[in-house]
Design a protein around this ligand. Structure first.
Ligand code: ZN
Length: 99
């Protein structure tokens, strides 16, 4: 079963999609992947994460997985990197951002 991770901010009401959680042999989260790509190797995704970190200076942000009870609170948030009614693509989120 695949479990996905998100970086979320309650104050900004937005979430960056981090991808599927890959676990090590001790079942600890090891890294994130999107399809066959390692998430941290994808420049666009890393830029989106850094844009959110910049916007969230001083905020309490949290990395959660789908099993986290806080996921219910995130239902109405803006999902960065996910297509859908509450979603915005990385391309649109990063448009005109110089970082
Ligand atoms: Zn924030």
């Amino acid at each position: 079963m695949s479990i996905y991770g998100y970086l979320g901010c309650r104050e900004c009401r937005k979430v960056v999609y981090l991808g599927k959680i890959i676990y090590d042999n001790n079942h600890k989260p090891y890294y994130f992947s999107m399809g066959s790509r390692v998430t941290s190797h994808d420049t666009e995704t890393v830029r989106a994460i850094f844009k959110m970190l910049t916007e969230c200076v001083g905020h309490d942000i949290r990395v959660i997985d789908e099993g986290d009870p806080q996921m219910d609170d995130f239902d109405e948030y803006l999902y960065i990197g996910i297509a859908g009614p509450n979603g915005i693509s990385f391309e649109d989120y990063l448009r005109d951002w110089p970082g």
